[in-house]
Ligand binder design. Sequence first.
Ligand SMILES: *Cc1c(COP(=O)(O)O)cnc(C)c1O
Length: 359
Amino acid sequence: MAHQWRGVIREYFDRLDIEQDSPIITLGEGGTPLVEAPRLATLVGAERVLLKVEGMNPTGSFKDRGMTMAVSKAIGHGAKAVICASTGNTSASAAAYAAAAGITSVVLVPDGKIALGKLSQAVAHKAQILQVRGNFDDCLDLARDLADNYPVHLVNSVNPDRIEGQKTGAFEVVDSLGFAPDMHVLPVGNAGNYSAYFKGYAEDLAEGRIKALPQMWGFQAEGSAPFTMGGPVKNPETIATAIRIGNPASWDLAQNARSVSNGLFGAVSDKQILWMHRFLSQEVGVFVEPSSATGAAGLYKQSQQGADLAGKTIVVTVTGHGLKDALWALKDEDGNEIAPTSVSTNADEVAESLGLVRK
Ligand SMILES: *Cc1c(COP(=O)(O)O)cnc(C)c1O
């Protein structure tokens, strides 16, 4: 009998760090599709490339996997309010799960750099939104300070419950493939998700579900690439706002994940990100926000620089839905606005503008 996916806590209860009698706040997150992307595989010269489509989560990004854990545990501890710093998707998710739990959410967003779709979600779920005169890194410092000194519970990915929930992405990949991919590719901002997938795979390895770890390949935007620069970046800049982070919170976890998995960090330009954003929409059929195309863009760059991917099975996490930051789709390669062609109701005229020849 078909059963409805019950959210990551119930599906993976025995493999998560959560008390037996904990409340469970869920919106049915997880269970996202692993989509075969044959033309992307051809482009990079790999055997198979599959996209883990995290835009299919309840609020449209992978953040929900961690938020169900963080908010459930916060409720278990009697929290009446949660707080987070956010480039957008964390706030959308925190606001939704707080609404489901019947508590207050406070979100700190950086000045002027949050995509409209994400802001509208936080507003819709009635978060208290404060725009901080500073960047994301300043917002996170402030959120930590407030959580240390006032009765608000921090739900950023510095909270280990977030990473714990997000590791279920790796469990799902292994459950659907039956083995671990050769490489797992991700965009990297705070590196929480990169570290979370590694944790999931490492647990699968320890429990004998897989024979080897995938190499963890993480990619940043060139203007915001502390991992390739070797240290924090003061004024990070990129159109990929979800990864516009200069001082990654999960620095040490990510460095460990890279070295144990024999993985790599790389950086791609905004132009390469937007090219891949368009490729995924047009050649794969998956519409993601620009940040989410960064992993695939990095994979492509590696292949162009000579990485031999022949025979490899590669999973790429595409982190958030295209509608979050939809305006990028309405521009062509040269940045010109794309608008529909206006036509009359006459079929012959419409056919002509489509270049169709009568049968
Ligand atoms: C949060 C986010 C990222 C970055 O994830 P980290 O865990 O901060 O590295 C990438 N893409 C999207 C769409 C996000 O929401």
